[in-house]
Design a protein around this ligand. Sequence first.
Ligand code: BES
Ligand code: ZN
Ligand code: ZN
Length: 480
Amino acid sequence: MEDRETEMIQLANDRLTPCQLKFYEEDDLKITMVEPRINKFFQGKYLQTCCVPLAEGSLIMIGIGKMNTLGIHEQREIFAKAAKVMRKYSIEECTLEVLEFIKQYGIKSIGAMVEGLMLGDYAFHAYKQNTGLRDRKIFLKGIKKEDETNAKKYLKEAVHRAEGIIFTRNMVNMPGNHLRPDDFVSYTKEFLEGTDIIVEVLTLEEIKKLNMDALRSVGESSAFSPCFMVLKYKGNPRECESFALVGKGVTCDTGGYCLKAADSMRGIKGDMAGGASVVGAFYALAKNTIKTNVVGVIPICENRISTSSLLPGDVISSMSGKTIEVLNTDAEGRLILADAITYVLQKEKVTSLLTVATLTGAVVNLFGFTITGVLTDGELLWHQFEEAYRKSGERFCRIPFYKEHEKMIESEIADIKNVGENYCGTITAGLFLRAFAQGKPWIHLDIAGTAWVDQPVFEYQTKGATGASVSTIYYLCCKE
Ligand code: BES
Ligand code: ZN
Ligand code: ZN
């Protein structure tokens, strides 16, 4: 996979392909120079496109609006648009003039270009007999000789990041009947083969031995047994502590006995997006040999109906020893994550931790499909996270919480209950996780709204999985 993608985008200054792709600012005078009639309908507006047949090939024109107003997100959109136009016209080889971008945003902007091109070209066609997909070759033109080494470095780094995101998308798009808990493990092992990441897997027997009662209780709702995956990457061996990434891996969430309504079932196969994001970020960190230590834990299971499923009102134990009153079987993510958090804190030397999960419908009401909700109790961690998402161009918003919210998940008969009242569901879900974090700095990403789009919002998205949070988690772990 890597080789194909690395070859897909290349630097080339002396290469002339029959198809050229050029970017134009709004009301750019160069537009009239192409063909006087063109600026009647193409004015270089942001994401406007135009394809001009020339005697020797074709010219694709992409509008960028005003060059000096583009953030990472916009740059990525522009290049995703470029990829989509190439696909639309079945262009197999194309030269892109990128000089102006480098002048404005520096050689690092290669990263946004590569991500845009690769993500914009993404399609999930695993179950189609005829995809009609062909390999494409894209040549970036206009990079100065002295910038070439850096350009190659940023290109490679971004290719790895985009490959991580694409893996996450593929996993989330995969139908539930093709992605049982043990399939999650085998696809991950296959994807991470050849990297410096160690993958360990705990079976149901080991889950029982470790008293991971919360994971066991949810997982035993299905004939497809739960498992627990541990990823270790030691990019900085002189340091013994690691940053922990904890991702929800529910490969299908029917809600259990608190069964979801038919309409809400469409996206249930995507409930392992948090876990898949952790794998995607690990891949990018290891492939780019980032000097940092991370340990990832992913509790993987299904949430279904059977005689051994939880019932509302049940009380279960957990690896931490805390007892949990389960009042809603559809609030299963926090249960399995509680055991994952306890595991990683008990077994590994952890500085701080990040949880990432498609955890609550409430966050979708709050922020829709483009902003991920964040809860955190670590001020330094939050500061580092802000830096990380400034680099990734993804959107996040911090949600506050107070003592009164903690009260909402106090149980009368057990140590804690898995749902609060009908309000502030994203906060109570987050605070449930925090109750297991033993006071370690913790940051939580609720990607329930952003992991999946029925209607793509951005050019670098397609209907379905987005891979949201992978690149931000990557940059957060890159901090030195
Ligand atoms: N996986 C869902 C959350 C979800 C909702 C993800 C919509 C993606 C889109 C989670 O397990 C869940 O069902 N949460 C419940 C919690 C409630 C019962 C307290 C919810 O948000 O409705
Ligand atoms: Zn649920
Ligand atoms: Zn769920």
